[in-house]
Design a protein around this ligand. Sequence first.
Ligand code: TEU
Ligand code: CA
Length: 545
Amino acid sequence: MTEKKNLPWWKNAVVYQIYPKSFQDSNGDGIGDIQGIISRLVYLADLGIDAVWLSPVYCSPQDDNGYDISDYQDIDPMFGTLSDMEELIAEAKKRNIRIIMDLVLNHTSDEHRWFLEAKKSRENPYHDYYVWKDGVEGELPNDMKASFGGPAWEWVPELQQYYFHQFSVKQPDLNWENPKVRREIYDMILWWMDKGVGGFRLDVIDQIAKEPDRKITNNGPRLHEFLQEMSRETFQKGDLITVGEAWGANTENAKLYSNPDGSEFSMVFQFEHVMLDQQPGKEKWDLAPLPFVKLKQCMAKWQEELYGKGWNSLFMDNHDLPRIVSRWGDDKEYREESAKMLATVFHGMQGTPYVYQGEELGMTNIKFEDITHYRDIETLNLYRERLEKGYSPEDVMRSIYAKSRDNARTPMQWSAEENAGFTDGTPWIEVNPNYTEINAEAERRDPDSVFSYYRTLIRLRKEYPVFIDGKFELLMEEDEQIFAYTRTSDEGKMLVCANFSGEPAKCPLITEWKDAQKLIHNYHGDVADGLRPYEAVMLWKAGKN
Ligand code: TEU
Ligand code: CA
């Protein structure tokens, strides 16, 4: 089948995402930090993951929790120092864990040295590092909007110019048309490679080649030219995992991003499946039930189209998304069953799985009483904007409960101790009160926990090459409850069968597979053709089938 001998390491890897601010505080200031992460490496090694994607820890005014970088080559004091970072890389390496840095290259902070220079004068050598437009105060260059609300243009009176920002006002867009900008970025990447990092996650990378004059944000005409240049100048000089975040990806351009010839990235991180439970053409806040049959079609399309031609990331959660067990599972009666079911379905597919901190515990969404408890800039701006537009607070809170990014940002639940063992101080965002039941300490002791289940899934991936190269086939396409598929390789055939609902469901496939070996199952006892609520199983038949 695929070239097993020169299989890149990341095809076999499982990545764990850490949101440093919420992972582990080590000094009682209520904010997670690098020493905190170091103290938890044993936990990560026990889970069995191969790499950690660290959300940004660089110097930042924290307008968007570190996605607004003011110095790419230093660590924010809130998280530690550069030598803490070096220690983390070295300590992780001892446990065969590689560190993946988050590269935010579409924009910097408005407090970055380049931007401070750029806005001094039109003649300043850094002026052209950003995207400017001459104009008149109060007359916006066009009607483009920023991701976190308001227009995408901000007036600078000293220059009589607007600058362009796709995200917050404090995140001015970099001008990739300028070769000097690209060179600075490549040198910075090489500097991190020298420090021994294992790879990079590239934030909103499909938006770098913007052309605001033509209202183009993602997939600009020069995008792949820039990416190929960057890859040649940097990534290809090492043995890295690189993953491009692309909300605007489709299966066609994904084959460019993740071309097996290595000309761009190792893999693409795309969101088609997580955009299904919203009203078509509207925002994520405009809620709609998950169209289950469409979800299956969507996943199958990506599996089939990229087979042998690209590589996908497998994820359900990250720091921008609500908790999957609350979203597509049942975070009450069947929390453990549904969390395990979702993991079974996703981990069985082709691609590199990403586990977002706390997902392996089945952590749930948060429901703070009112908006004053929320911290995320996107959530706070949305609340203000929608109230101004006449929505009722109840309406907006319903959307926030379902989709706010803060759902994923409450502190990691380590134990039943105060503040879930996250901090001795006051956490920067409140802990989910369910930490007394849902926490790592309890789950590591329990062989039936969500944690133990994830550990088994991760181990299975290393034992059965079918996870890597098996060809995907969707079964029971139209069924409204069952998610079923097979993966077939030279070694044998694997069946994944899952009841995606809280009601019993018929799955006649199980009878056909009754002699197969059970790899993992989220209920005790035998599996029969009637699947219980959220029941999921992975079966294996060796040899030609
Ligand atoms: O996210 C990309 C992005 O487009 C998000 O803002 C997304 O639209 C939003 O989260 C959906 O709710 C990346 C980072 O992952 C995110 O945390 C940053 O805020 C953003 O880029 C800007 O750097
Ligand atoms: Ca701290």
